[in-house]
Structures are given as structure tokens and as C-alpha cells.
Design a binder for this molecule. Sequence first.
Ligand code: IMP
Ligand code: MG
Length: 187
Amino acid sequence: MERIFGRPIITQDEMQKRVRELGNQITVDYADKNLLMVGVLKGAFAFYADLVRAIRLLLRVDFIVVTTRATQKRSVAGKIKILSDMAEDVTGQDVLLVEDIVDSGMTVSFLKKKLLARKPKSLKVCTLLDKPERRKVRVSIDYVGFTLPNKYVVGYGLDYQNRYRNLPYIAVMDKVSEAEELFYWQE
Ligand code: IMP
Ligand code: MG
């Protein structure tokens, strides 16, 4: 018996295929660089774990934990905080920031500013999902897994109130209040 939530907007197969493609692209692009990957937690944990294993380079991994929003409201400038900082020194490194989703762009823009101040050799951003319709600040993204319409999604690391992160696919959450009703059991 399998527990299903919502309708997958991105299936496990599609996800695996796209992660492999991104991994191949990053492997080529960073072949002669000092790749230091930085996963943005919590949301990126699932994508990050799969992505690093799709890259065939002597890369190093690190994490940064930022505050997540409690509601569906957009991120508010000044309310984004680093809860736990990286352990590695980024100075002179080719840093690749890995995000789950870029929505208003506030979080990525905040993190880019923080990391650039530490003088990396280069800084690029990879996000699994992009919702360009919701952008509030201009921010350049170097690698995008999937571009989505303006819908709230959960699964594969993405949450609603810290739930649904363990879904192995991405599902649309149409009516948050009816979330529980969207669960059903499939034989
Ligand atoms: P931004 O700062 O508005 O770009 O938002 C970035 C953060 O908001 C992401 O890292 C997510 O944690 C969260 N977020 C934005 N859209 C969604 C969504 O559709 N589902 C789950 N989390 C989201
Ligand atoms: Mg979140």
C-alpha cells in the first residue's frame, strides 16, 4: 500500500532524469574548478543529496540553514536570517549555491550578497524549481531544474509547515486548508 498526496506535477522519473542532466552539465562546467557546493536547508536537502551524487568531480559539500516562512506569504526583506552558517571558508572557492525553489527571489538575493562579501572566486546558483511569475527582486539563476507556474508545491524537500518534505515527487497544493483531505491510500 502506498500513501499518495495530491497529483504529481513532477514525477520521480522526471526528477531523476533532470537531476542527471544537471549533474552532467555541472560536471562539465566545473571540470577544472574548485567546486564547493552549498545546500540551502531545509528545503534543498533531497535535491542536494541527489544532485551531488550526479556530479563526477572531487567536490566538497557544505550547508547553510536559513529561516523559512511560516505561511505562503512572500519572503520579507530583513526577515531572512541565517540560522546556521557554513563551516567552510568560501574565499577563493568556486561556490555553487543549491536551492529548492526561487519564488520572490529574496532568499537567493540575500544569500548571494552574504556569500559575495566573503570573496569566493566565483558564485553560481542552482535551483530545482523556479517560479518566475512571482519574482520581486532581479536575481540571476545559473541552473534551473524546472520552471513552474504560480502554484504552491510540496514534496521532494519542499514543505507546507514543515510537512510533506518526504514525498518522493512534487505535488501542487491547491487548497492548503484541505490538505488533509488530499491524502488517500492507494492499494
Ligand atoms: P523566495 O525568497 O520568495 O524566493 O522564497 C524562497 C523560499 O520560499 C524557498 O526556499 C522555499 O522554502 C519557500 N517557497 C517558495 N515557494 C514555495 C512553494 O511553492 N512550496 C514550498 N516552499 C516554497
Ligand atoms: Mg520552506
